[in-house]
Write a new protein. Structure first.
Lengths: 265, 681, 210
């Protein structure tokens, strides 16, 4: 399937679900890194805001056959982002090397079409003005702007770190588009003590994600929608891979998108 | 001027204004204004610094980003060999905990009306001195942090004041070390998780909140390659709930709360069957627990138990240990049995087995040894003071511990407190315990002081990481170590140390480590486990151990979640999002149970019910989760705070106030019992 | 009747002609071009009357001594008190302003960098990379820049030859400095098709926004 746009550098993640214990260190790091305001009432799911959210998955069986898996969900940075095509004001776009779907909140008018179009619930609306009670605002990072209420925001793969990494490469006379893997890592990747998240350029054979995404255990969420997510998941458990999309009972997981395309031609 | 003239004038004015940039640039400015609302915090940018230290909350080595003097956030320290750069959710909250609203900002004194008033430090120091002088020989000291070298200062201070009553908060560590020493271990019990190829953890959530978590998880990462190749370490988790550790374990073996000993006895018996090391102690005790009998009592299948045994037998470096949720304990019995199993497997003082961590001499002449402190039992003390069998101390010092929140009425903390004339709480955060004390003094947060993490419980070798201040103390906080040294000076007591950095340097010298080097790098000093002589493991205590109690019909599994903080921190600001939304409803805890259990009790998903224990009835919301064994309900601890800040108060309910604490026969160690019922609301 | 009515209406003595229109027009133009813009601007003085000329000509300093790219790719736009103090720990001239700087900042440990007003200060949502706009990168094609200073002056005020800092003017509504580059000025290059393929400077949102 044709991409929305082709890039030399396409950043992506491979998340090993068999290694995630669901501790939440990635979520905590993400909030601190990206100046997401703490939420007083997090019991309200409709008003909650998470750039990265860890879900507890179940194989749906009753005890004792039950199994649990945790799934961290950042923005998928889709190759064909449905959010971009619906935005009436071009506040979100995918047009820069790196292949990260941008979201510029000062431009956002808060219509929330993108939220409706995103199949991954990766986008969140600011129902409230951000508030850092007490002296918490002292800990605001200078790297990411604060967002007012009334706009939509989402995970940016810690894009500011990409910009910093590129600047560092330029300052040292290196090619900013051929960054070594460790030069640019997201906050969640760094935080994960289990090494469950691997981050890098999906197009670069020297980055680990290049090989990992081709693993027989790799899958993407709802990939048959044709969104071409840049986030891959790994699991040796078949039921986990099946949860990634709406499979028919007899249908096999594996390379479903290819099969679908072959059948349609 | 007449009307027409005025209109012409106005027209001219309009044309002029339109032709000038005033309107258009103002619109432009307004557009910018809407992008930068004045009430939303602006970013400040200064020069970046990265300071290496360690989290005093769970021992995770850190690199802290400081920008223009402001502490931005804590990340893992990639250069640290112990943690390999991993971060735990609690350590990730360090910067936010430093600035959050619950910080105690100034010294507070309770007035006769029970209300608190700010006082100056000079007055606080005066009271501190006066009260300590008056309490000569009758001072008790409670601290939450068992891994700090600063305990030498505190225990020396307590001893110099003529008292031995220096306590740690009750924990697994006490029970495990009691068992270790009873069976012949010389120093502290160590778990060489890094070098084991097959781990059986009974109840210890060691990949989330038990032991040296960051290190354990770095080991997990290394032994479980992402590329799908063979794992270097098999993990078996036995417990009531399919928790974080169970989610990634090779197998989850359901074991009902209260039957951990039976489960271990079943394993022991199975191991003893074909072993040459047949010991009357073992055969006698385990005879009554065939795999079938043990499995039946525990709620697992005999097959599961046998599979674990064969995995342990076939592994080259197996390791078995038991544990509980943070801040709880199962008594020494389970640890004795785990030690016996390791002994049967030949895993005592072996690479990847149970290791003896040699006792470290105290750094200060009058300081008490960690082993002695661990033998002292705070709950027993509270109960004795409460019932009058022990004279109440005149003065109690509490260092960042929160027993009022964390210990159930069985511990009689409140009754004990009522008999202590004066209580001083040294706290970074305003806790439930602060609210019961006469004087509350703001102490430096972990990122504001010199401190260390010295061989925390769960370590597999002697290890040591230095904490250094990444910022000056905020508000009027002072580092407690320095405060106690100054107080000792005032009282004319010689502790044998002039300040905390020199104390930490003494630790470095004792270990043979370069203080400056470790201070700069934030690296973890690790001592190789030398081939010291095998301690004589005596199985005698097992013989005298009474047969374990029968399995309860219904049991409560109280678990902790590393993200939810600990009793001394409350729920950190960002942690609310990492806790499931249904857990955070006001005043209501969630009891998770499987469908069959709920049906048996006549309960349905999302209905209200009550957890009933000896200590009362707590309203709960039923949540169906199939990752819990039958006739068991799992309730999360760490919620339902009444103090701290808006991110902690009224989130859920505090199950710890309802859990039953029994005393283990023989050792008198506290046992968090699962005895409970769930009834319809 | 018709005639009569004509007679009754008096001839206009004023209100005729362009007089009032012109008065209104001129007045509005003056207000619109000069009064309102100046009302909108708040003038601020820099904390210290820093003299660039003296430092360059007398002390022989280069621009890069204070304004340089750090190794990590970030830009050291302003020197901090400590680097000023490496020469000005004690007064080395007769200047009153120098004395004030030493007493107020060096002695008290106050950070001058936190108080200095940046003429080109960008809002929080903008990320500007000095590393990407270097002489090596822009100057390769744009040979019209003979010195780095010329390149810098495309965006920055030419302060090198000033003896005291220009007045800092801040828009009271937008709170931006008048000298701040706005998006159309950035787009003059970034949206220029001539740049594509030559540089990585596309006009994508995330090239400049954070």
């Amino acid at each position: 399937m044709a991409h929305f746009k082709d890039f030399t550098v396409r950043y992506g993640m491979v998340i090993d679900l068999d290694k995630c214990t669901g501790c939440g260190a990635c979520m905590m790091s993400c909030q601190a890194e990206n100046n997401v305001a703490p939420q007083e009432d997090a019991s309200n799911k409709l008003r909650a805001l998470n750039w990265l959210k860890v879900y507890r998955l179940s194989n749906g069986k009753e005890y004792p056959e039950h199994e649990t898996v945790f799934l961290p969900r950042p923005c998928m940075q889709c190759g064909n982002p449905s959010c971009v095509t619906v935005c009436p004001v071009v506040a979100t776009d995918k047009n820069e090397e790196g292949g990260i779907v941008s979201q510029v909140t000062p431009r956002c008018i808060g219509c929330r079409y993108c939220m409706a179009s995103c199949p991954y619930h990766a986008r969140y609306f600011n129902w409230f003005d951000p508030y850092w009670p007490g002296d918490l605002k002292e800990a605001l990072s200078p790297d990411v702007s604060t967002r007012p209420r009334g706009v939509v925001e989402k995970c940016s793969f810690c894009h500011h770190r990409f910009m910093k990494a590129k600047d560092k490469a330029i300052a040292n006379g290196e090619d900013p588009l051929m960054l070594p893997e460790e030069a640019y890592q997201t906050a969640c990747t760094e935080a994960c003590p289990n090494g469950a998240i691997v981050f890098g350029d999906l197009n670069n054979p020297e980055h680990r994600v290049y090989e990992l995404k081709q693993s027989p255990y790799a899958f993407r969420l709802l990939e048959r929608l044709g969104t071409d997510p840049q986030v891959y998941y790994l699991s040796k458990r078949e039921w986990v891979r099946r949860l990634g999309d709406n499979y028919l009972e007899q249908e096999e997981t594996g390379k479903p998108l290819q099969t679908l395309l072959n059948n349609s031609h | 001027m007449q009307r027409r003239g005025f209109l012409k004038f106005a027209l001219g004015g309009t044309v002029g204004l339109v032709a000038s940039p005033a309107i258009w640039t103002t619109l432009y400015d307004l557009a910018y204004w809407t992008q930068n609302w004045g009430w939303i915090p602006r970013l400040q940018n200064g020069e970046d610094q990265s300071v290496a230290t360690v989290s005093k909350l769970d021992g995770t080595p850190l690199k802290v980003r400081v920008n223009g003097g402001r502490v931005i956030r804590a990340s893992g320290n990639k250069e640290n060999e112990f943690s390999k750069g991993g971060l735990t959710p609690l350590a990730a909250s360090e910067a936010q905990l430093l600035y959050c609203e619950s910080r105690v900002k100034r010294p507070l004194k309770r007035g006769p009306d029970g209300g608190y008033a700010y006082i100056d430090w000079s007055e606080a120091e005066r009271i501190l001195k006066e009260k300590t002088k008056d309490a000569q020989g009758s001072l008790a000291f409670l601290t939450a942090d068992a891994s700090s070298s600063l305990n030498d200062v505190y225990s020396a201070f307590t001893a110099e004041n003529g008292s031995q009553d220096f306590f740690f908060m009750p924990s697994d560590e006490q029970a495990a070390n009691h068992a270790w020493r009873a069976m012949g271990g010389m120093g502290k019990i160590g778990y060489d998780i890094a070098n084991s190829d097959c781990i059986l953890s009974v109840g210890a959530n060691f990949l989330d909140s038990w032991g040296t978590v960051a290190h354990n998880r770095a080991v997990f990462d290394e032994t479980h390659p992402t590329d799908g190749s063979e794992a270097g370490q098999a993990i078996y988790y036995a417990g009531a709930m399919q928790n974080n550790t169970a989610a990634v374990a090779d197998a989850w073996i359901p074991v009902k709360p209260g039957t951990e000993e039976i489960f271990l006895l079943g394993i022991l018996g199975e191991l003893a069957k074909n072993s040459l090391l047949v010991d009357p102690a073992i055969s006698g005790l385990s005879a009554q627990y065939s795999p079938e009998a043990a499995a039946k009592a525990c709620g697992c299948t005999a097959k599961q138990l046998e599979n674990v045994v064969s995995a342990l037998k076939n592994a080259s470096r197996p390791l078995v240990f038991a544990g509980t949720a943070e801040g709880q304990s199962l008594g020494s019995g389970v640890h004795m049995l785990a030690i016996a199993i390791n002994y049967m497997l030949g895993r005592i003082n072996q690479d990847g087995g149970l290791v003896n961590l040699p006792e470290q001499a105290p750094l200060l002449p009058s300081a008490q040894s960690t082993a002695d402190i661990l033998e002292r039992n705070f709950i027993a003390f509270c109960r004795q003071v409460a019932d009058g069998s022990l004279a109440a101390p005149k003065l109690l010092f509490i260092n960042d511990a929160n027993p009022v929140y964390a210990l159930s009425p069985n511990a009689k903390v409140q009754e004990c407190f009522a008999k202590i004339a004066y209580k001083i709480c040294f706290a970074a955060h305003w806790s439930e315990t602060c609210a019961e004390c006469d004087l509350v003094l703001p102490i430096a947060h972990g990122l504001e002081r010199f401190d260390d993490v010295f061989t925390p419980y769960g370590s597999g070798s002697i290890n040591w990481t230095l904490a250094k201040p990444v910022t000056e103390p905020h508000y009027q906080a002072r580092p407690l170590g320095e405060l106690i040294i100054a107080l000792a000076d005032e009282l004319g007591l010689d502790l044998g140390v002039s300040d905390i950095p020199s104390l930490l340097e003494m630790r470095a010298n004792a270990l043979g480590a370069d203080f400056q080097e470790y201070l700069e790098s934030g690296a973890t000093y690790q001592e190789a486990n030398s081939a010291f002589t095998l301690p004589v493991i005596s199985l005698m205590p097992l013989l005298t151990k009474k047969a374990p109690a029968k399995a309860p019909e219904f049991a409560l599994h109280v678990y902790t979640n590393a993200a939810a903080g600990n009793p001394s921190t409350g729920i950190p600001p960002y942690a609310n999002r990492a806790i499931a939304d249904y857990q955070l409803q006001e005043g209501l805890c969630v009891a998770q149970m499987n469908k069959a259990t709920a049906e048996k009790l006549g309960l349905a998903d999302k209905t209200k019910a009550f957890v009933e224990t000896q200590n009362g009835r707590m309203p709960v919301l039923v949540k169906l989760y199939e990752g819990i064994m039958p006739d068991t309900a799992a309730v999360m601890a760490g919620l339902g705070h009444t103090e701290f800040d808006r991110f902690s108060v009224n989130k859920g309910n505090n199950i710890l106030q309802y859990t039953q604490i029994d005393m283990e026969a023989g050792s008198d160690l506290p046992v968090w019992s699962g005895a409970a019922k769930v009834v319809k609301g | 009747m018709e005639d009569k009515s004509k007679e009754v209406k008096p001839a206009k003595s004023c209100g005729c002609g362009f007089g009032p229109f012109l008065v209104g027009l001129v007045l509005a133009l003056v207000i619109g071009w000069s009064v309102i813009p100046s009302l909108k601007l708040e003038e601020k003085k820099q904390p210290i009357a820093f003299n660039h000329t003296v430092h360059i000509e007398n002390a022989g300093m280069a621009c890069e001594d204070c304004h340089f790219l750090r190794e990590d790719g970030t830009f050291n736009g302003l020197p901090d008190t400590a680097s000023c103090a490496s020469c000005h720990a004690e007064a080395i001239t007769e200047s009153e302003e120098e004395k004030r700087f030493i007493n107020e900042y060096v002695v008290k440990g106050r950070e001058i960098r936190n108080e200095w007003l940046v003429y080109q200060k960008q809002p929080d949502n903008v990320f500007f990379s000095h590393a990407a706009h270097s002489m090596e990168r822009c100057g390769t094609c744009h040979t019209e820049f003979e010195t780095t200073q010329q390149l810098c002056n495309v965006c920055h005020l030419d302060v090198a030859s000033t003896t005291e800092p220009p007045v800092y003017k801040e828009n009271r509504i937008s709170t931006y400095s008048v000298n701040t580059m706005k998006m159309p000025e950035c787009e003059a290059c970034h949206a220029n098709p001539g740049h594509y393929g030559t540089t990585n400077a596309s006009n994508a949102c995330f090239v400049c926004h954070k």
